[in-house]
Design a protein around this ligand. Sequence first.
Ligand SMILES: Cc1ncc(COP(=O)(O)O)c(C=O)c1O
Length: 389
Amino acid sequence: MSIFDQQHERRQTNSVKWDSIASTYHKDNLLPLWVADMDFTAPSCVQEALLDYVKQGIYGYTLFGDDLYEAIINWQKRRHHYDINKEEILFSPGVVPSIAVSIEAFTKPGDSIMIHDPVYPPFAKMIEENKRKLIRSPLKVINGHFEMDLNKMESKMMKENVKLFILCNPHNPGGRVWTKSELKHLGDLCKKYNCLVVSDEIHQDLIFAPHQHETFHNVDADFADFSIVLTAATKTFNLAGIKNSMIFVKNPQLKAAFAAIQEKSEQDTINTFGLIGTKAAYNGAEAWLTELLDYLQKNSVFTINFLQKNLPKVKVMRPEGTYLFWLDFSAYNLTESQLNKKMIEEAGVVLNGGYTFGPSGKQHMRLNIACPKATLQQGLTQIAQAFKE
Ligand SMILES: Cc1ncc(COP(=O)(O)O)c(C=O)c1O
């Protein structure tokens, strides 16, 4: 039995994934397979480091110690063959706050910012909330996975004078781990049109062999001139609630512009728990991650086999990374509200509605498989029963 088989009671813990659904749907006992956190406890080295801090009893202002920088630098080098130094690292409470800061630092109100469609919903939200023009470039489904439509991207970049592209690398919700050659084409295009790139790499550690994550800065020596990389330990080690993320920025002008916006509202200070959790995880939880990836891979294979057998009309995108499945329910010809109603009222399972990821997400749903297999099996069985014809 794996440590990840253990089922933990998360109700009544103020969990967004578990505790927000009763008030939304007015139903008890819905099974949440939505919000992207995991129903697994964090690595024990992280728990111990946090407990030690709690026990010493003084929770004053905290420095970013050299040992924290070292943990991050070593992790990036070891896991991603990426060289970054202390002067090129900034901190933020989260990747989404850093996207908002980037928008303010690198563009002006009214400027065009491009994202893929579908993509993680806060990208569009941050662009619109900050009064920039949202340009969506649809991904193509080829051989059962997403690919970028570079011709369409190019014509929109030209027509709309796009100033910034926000890349999801690897891709949520499609689980694509973009290859070096895909990223090279994308980067060349952005360079040609003077378009900066923010590469959100929060899923960088959740990769299934033989796929390999490519840090955008590593794709080409020039790319660091016009891009920044955002990442965190929070997705990898299930620490989203303790808040911390990093910005890797090698171009000093981009760094100064980013830091100036952060400093304006003191967004560069981080909760101490986030710093301790990040350092402990990067230093001590590599073996835990290996076990996690093995478990997620098995859950992934189980999901594919289950759906092929029991719900053959649902088109399944096999994730190359992340713990997210993009499911196409279009064969059932249901509206968004009919699809959601069926999930909630008949299956008793909460997934993310695909339409929230962009117009191309209609009739799709996103499934989170980062839970014990028994929970996953229960959820999939309930979905299969609801859609049985
Ligand atoms: C692509 C992507 N970026 C960012 C986030 C959230 O990052 P943070 O909690 O650091 O703001 C998520 C969470 O699911 C995500 O999938």
